[in-house]
Design a protein around this ligand. Structure first.
Ligand SMILES: NC(=O)c1ccc[n+]([C@@H]2O[C@H](COP(=O)([O-])OP(=O)(O)OC[C@H]3O[C@@H](n4cnc5c(N)ncnc54)[C@H](OP(=O)(O)O)[C@@H]3O)[C@@H](O)[C@H]2O)c1
Length: 217
C-alpha cells in the first residue's frame, strides 16, 4: 500500500520539526515547509530539517504567493494530512489565523484527493473564550480564537457542501520551544511518540480541543 502523505508548515523547528520526525519514523511521505527568509539566512534549523530526509517546500504565511507556489510544487496528488503550525512573534493575526486558512484554501484540492484526509491546526487553549478565566496574552488569544473560529466555519461549510475533509484544532501542551523561550512542563519526546498516530485516528469533522489529548496516558 502506498504510504500516506503529510505536509507540515513550519517544519524546521519546535513542534513542527518534532511532529515531522515522528511521521518520517512511521514511513509517511513527509513534506516540511520553511520560510524562504529563514532558508536564505542559512539558519541552523534548516540543517535539522534536511537531516530528516523530508521533502522541503517554502511557505511564508505573510505572503500568499509562496503558499500558491508551494501548492503547485507539491503537485496534483493526494494529501492525507495538513498540519498548520506557526509562530507568535510578529503580526500575530496574519501569521496565526489568516496564513493557516490560506494554506488550507490552496491545499484543499489535494486533500480532497485523499480518502479520509485531515487538517490539524496547532492552536492553543489560549484561543478558548469559555476557559479564559484570568486574561493575559491578549494578542495571542485573539489570533488563536480567530484561527479556531475560521476553522470551525470552514468545517461547517464543508459539511453542508458534502466535502470529506476533517478539520481539527488542537492544544499541543506547554512544550519547550523557541516560542516559549525554552520554558515548558510537558515532555516533547513522550508526546511525539504517540502523536502522529493519534492525529491520524482523529476523525471528528470539527474538534476544538482544549487539552493536550496525546500527552496524557
Ligand atoms: N510550545 C508550546 O508550549 C505551545 C503551546 C500552545 C500552542 N503552541 C502553538 O504551536 C505552534 C508551534 O509553536 P512552537 O512552540 O513549535 O514554536 P517554534 O519552535 O518557534 O516554531 C514556530 C515555527 O513557525 C514558523 N513560522 C513563523 N512565522 C511563520 C510564517 N510567517 N510563515 C510560515 N511559518 C512561520 C517558524 O519558522 P522560522 O523558523 O522561519 O521562524 C517555525 O518553523 C504555534 O502555533 C504555537 O502557538 C505552542
Amino acid at each position: 500500500m502506498a504510504s500516506k502523505s503529510v505536509l507540515i508548515v513550519g517544519g524546521n523547528r519546535g513542534i513542527g520539526l518534532n511532529l515531522l520526525k515522528a511521521f518520517v519514523a512511521e514511513s509517511w511521505n513527509v513534506t516540511g515547509t520553511v520560510r524562504p527568509q529563514t532558508r536564505r539566512d542559512d539558519d541552523p534549523s534548516i540543517a535539522d530539517l534536511e537531516k530528516t530526509g523530508a521533502r522541503i517546500l517554502e511557505i511564508d504565511y505573510l505572503d500568499e504567493s509562496t503558499i500558491e507556489k508551494a501548492a503547485i510544487a507539491y503537485g496534483n496528488k493526494p494529501l492525507d494530512l495538513l498540519i498548520n503550525t506557526n509562530d507568535m512573534l510578529v503580526e500575530k493575526y496574519r501569521v496565526m489565523a489568516v496564513g493557516p486558512l490560506l494554506t488550507i484554501k490552496h491545499f484543499l484540492p489535494k486533500l480532497e484527493q485523499a480518502p479520509g484526509a485531515k487538517i490539524v491546526n496547532i492552536s492553543s487553549a489560549f484561543g478558548s473564550i469559555s476557559t479564559n478565566s484570568f486574561g493575559t496574552f491578549m494578542a495571542y488569544r485573539i489570533a488563536k480564537a480567530a484561527l479556531n473560529q475560521g476553522a470551525v466555519t470552514m468545517g461547517r461549510e464543508w459539511d453542508k457542501e458534502g466535502r470529506k475533509v476533517t478539520m481539527i484544532c488542537v492544544e499541543p501542551g506547554f512544550l519547550s520551544t523557541r516560542l516559549t523561550g525554552w520554558d515548558g512542563v510537558d515532555n516533547m519526546d513522550k508526546g511525539m511518540n504517540s502523536r502522529s498516530s493519534r492525529l491520524e485516528r482523529g476523525s471528528r469533522l470539527v474538534s476544538i480541543s482544549v487539552s493536550a489529548p496525546w500527552l496524557d496516558g
